[in-house]
Design a protein around this ligand. Structure first.
Ligand SMILES: [Zn+2]
Length: 101
């Protein structure tokens, strides 16, 4: 997975196409991510002892990481490349400007 928690992404497909958000969780096993305020499902929750209130709850649902692009601070939505430092440490770079992501 190229995408990590905390990445800023832009949605390429689906009902939230064109929106941008920050990745709050990555599920590598499923190739899916959860992004703040993107792909929100409204859940009707009954009141329980644990959660005091019931009612309608907005929940960010996981969706496929292949439907997003990482947003570079300089160039906007971009593709991700990799580079290795002299010490052999792998890091991610923007394919457009070569800057670190
Ligand atoms: Zn860039």
């Amino acid at each position: 997975m190229k995408i990590r928690k905390g990445d800023k992404i832009k949605v390429l497909a689906g009902k939230d196409k064109g929106r941008e958000g920050v990745v709050s969780r990555v599920i590598p096993k499923e190739g899916r991510i959860i992004v703040d305020r993107i792909n929100v499902a409204r859940k009707h929750q009954k009141p329980t002892n644990q959660t005091s209130q019931g009612g309608i709850i907005d929940k960010d649902m996981p969706f496929s990481a292949s439907n997003v692009q990482i947003v570079c601070a300089k160039c906007g939505p971009t593709r991700v490349g990799y580079k290795f430092s002299d010490a052999g440490v792998k890091s991610r770079v923007c394919k457009k400007c070569g800057g670190d992501l």
